[in-house]
Design a protein around this ligand. Sequence first.
Ligand SMILES: *Cc1c(COP(=O)(O)O)cnc(C)c1O
Length: 356
Amino acid sequence: MAKVHNYSAGPCILDESVLKEAQAAVGNFDNLDLSLLEISHRSKSFVAVMDEATALVKEVLNVPEGYSVIFLQGGASLGFLITVMNLMRENGKAAYTDTGAWANKAIKEAKNFGAVEVLGSSKDANYNYIPKDYTVPSDVDYFHCTSNNTIYGTQMKSFPSCSVPLVCDMSSDIFSKQVDISQFDLIYAGAQKNLGPAGATLYIVKDEVFGRNGRTIPAYLDLQIHASKDSMFNTPPVFSTYVSMLTLRWLKANGGLAWIEAKNNEKAALLYNEIDRNPLFEGTANKVDRSNMNACFVLKDEAHKEAFDKLWNDANISGIKGHRSVGGYRASMYNALPVESVQVLVDCMKALEKTV
Ligand SMILES: *Cc1c(COP(=O)(O)O)cnc(C)c1O
């Protein structure tokens, strides 16, 4: 079978070695002659998985003391609500940036429970840039931002300083580069963009957050409960947590975030250089705000669409069709995508140029 160059936006590419090990564990896990999928989450073998996954998150991301790491179900979409429940006071107020579809959904969820001040919105330009000219007020319960806008291909390169708790949806760029965790009070991320298969959602929460807003929190939404039970309040997403652990082992063994950041920079530079050089293409996001994870671009002349689509299809490229709200193409270059796959796409773009 020919190698497929997988640019899927999520769920997405995982390293081959991780998939092989996951496959083996589904057959016979930990020499138990049982599948990973048919043992108790409270068994010694699985508790060891949860412990290692949690420890690796802390180690790889350099999480300081005073933070809890939790694996839950529900996706980042439940994270929108968990944020509100754990950080907003009754009838409270929060500030949000509006940088795309996911940010918007987070805002909608918060509006169900309190007031939302939208500080910066790039909706006027179909979310093709990251708003920066705002100050975070000091009278809100927290400030929420989205570090990488998966659909529009924009990424925050730094975070505003603020005197209120900082919350970030890092679903599509966590573990892609080094970041100072101590700036944040709460980070959440669905596993399926850079960490593992869909199912688990990672929470990194400052313990100071616990109990601070004084509201009654439904048990499953209460991060303090999950932290106090080491992610075993109820059945955790066992398979996704296990594969996330394997991915973190892979990341650590290869050199951790410094290694992957350099690799991701190299891949992004390779593709964006071609987008900018090739007269047939143009990027859709503001250059300074371009995402290293999701590169969005269009053909300047749609007349070349058929020819270009044939070129990349023939080259075994998969998953680069743009999101319906942007159109064109989106190349998602998550951690496990090799630089060779990016070269194959660039070669297709060069080949198209030669045909006209
Ligand atoms: C994919 C994504 C989500 C949604 O995640 P689910 O796990 O499907 O709920 C939220 N935010 C961002 C930035 C995403 O990329």
